[in-house]
Design a protein around this ligand. Structure first.
Ligand code: FE2
Length: 335
């Protein structure tokens, strides 16, 4: 291939959350050559992301949202459009498959989560690219959920069993219009892709959610019981849920973290065990410090991600993909 790279760091021994880092060594490589290389290496890149949780492409010729879109497109995966998702974050599309990662202000920390695991519809793959690195802070921590699962099962087997048997049920309150001050400020109209109450209620009924209309035209919605643990094709089990983010971070003018998550049967969580899961996730965390032009390929079934607070301007773009041709096939929503 007309591009040289060095695999410098797939040395995790499967014991931590370090991504596999691949440097592009050709300083003047053309984007088209990089795209050809990505297409040629697509299966290897995705397999590495599954093995290690994530792959970081550094010093590749990615200078714009359009370049990032082209790199993601070169992997030949079906797009998972943000506007069709049930994500609770406010985002702005930059290209058909690239959007801002989260519009929440710099002082808002976003805690570990698997993307959209609090909904029945979530992507298998998530891609990030750094457009502007923060002056200070702004890392994207990554945490391997297979490793978290192993440690949590060893330390708190009763809690893991409760999560496996009962699943998790999430509750959040959505505003009538987008609230960009919150990490979970997406309006119910945008989230559900509707304009009025009756269409919203139909969508919620189809999704098997329960709901309640609140003052200020806010909507409280509760998911059905969703699985808290998943199994990968290679047999690894992963703590695939939104437990930590919901427990620590679902906090804004409308939401109270103590009311955001319960087991699927309505029973409360073991708070000490949840705090222990938080401690393990921070011990396993790898803080990815961004360099402009970085691209990350993350297997959303393997790794959680988060966002540290920062100062200055930080622009990280994101894109989502699934594994099958129809991301929103009602019979296979969990892909
Ligand atoms: Fe996220």
């Amino acid at each position: 291939m007309p591009i040289t790279t060095s695999k410098i760091d797939c040395i995790t021994n499967n014991k931590d959350s370090s991504p596999c880092i691949i440097h592009c060594e050709d300083k003047d490589v053309a984007l088209d050559d990089a795209l050809n290389w990505v297409t040629h290496e697509a299966n290897n890149l995705l397999a590495s992301a599954t093995d290690h949780g994530a792959v970081l492409l550094r010093d590749f010729p990615v200078k714009s949202a359009e370049d990032f879109d082209a790199i993601v497109s070169a992997l030949n995966l079906p797009n998972f459009p943000y506007e069709k998702s049930l994500s609770n974050a406010v985002r702005v599309n930059r290209t058909p498959r690239v959007f801002s990662a989260n519009e929440a202000p710099p002082e808002v920390q976003i805690f570990f989560h698997h993307e959209m695991a609090q909904t029945p519809l979530y992507p298998r793959w998530i891609f990030f690219s750094c457009e502007v690195a923060a002056e200070e802070g702004g890392a994207t921590p990554i945490c391997r959920s297979d490793l978290l699962f192993e440690r949590l099962q060893a330390d708190r087997p009763d809690f893991v069993q409760a999560c496996e048997q009962r699943g998790l049920r999430y509750t959040n309150v959505m505003p009538s219009d987008n609230d960009a001050k919150s990490g979970m400020g997406r309006s119910w109209k945008s989230t559900l892709g509707v304009n009025g109450h009756s269409a919203a209620e139909k969508r919620l009924r189809d999704l098997d959610y329960t709901w309640e209309w609140l003052d200020g035209d806010c909507l409280r919605a509760t998911t059905p019981a969703l699985p808290a643990v998943a199994q990968l094709d290679d047999g690894r089990r992963v703590f695939f849920n939104q437990l930590i983010a919901a427990f620590r971070g679902w906090k804004d003018a409308r939401n109270d973290p103590s009311k955001s998550i319960r087991h699927g049967d309505g029973s409360p969580l073991d708070v000490e065990a949840v705090k222990h899961a938080v401690t393990i996730s921070e011990a396993l965390a790898f803080d990815l410090l961004w360099k402009k032009g970085d691209v990350v390929i993350l297997d959303n079934m393997v790794s959680m991600h988060a966002r540290r607070t920062f100062t200055g301007t930080r622009k990280v773009l994101a894109s989502l993909a699934c594994v099958e041709t129809n991301c929103f096939n009602a019979n296979s929503p969990r892909n």
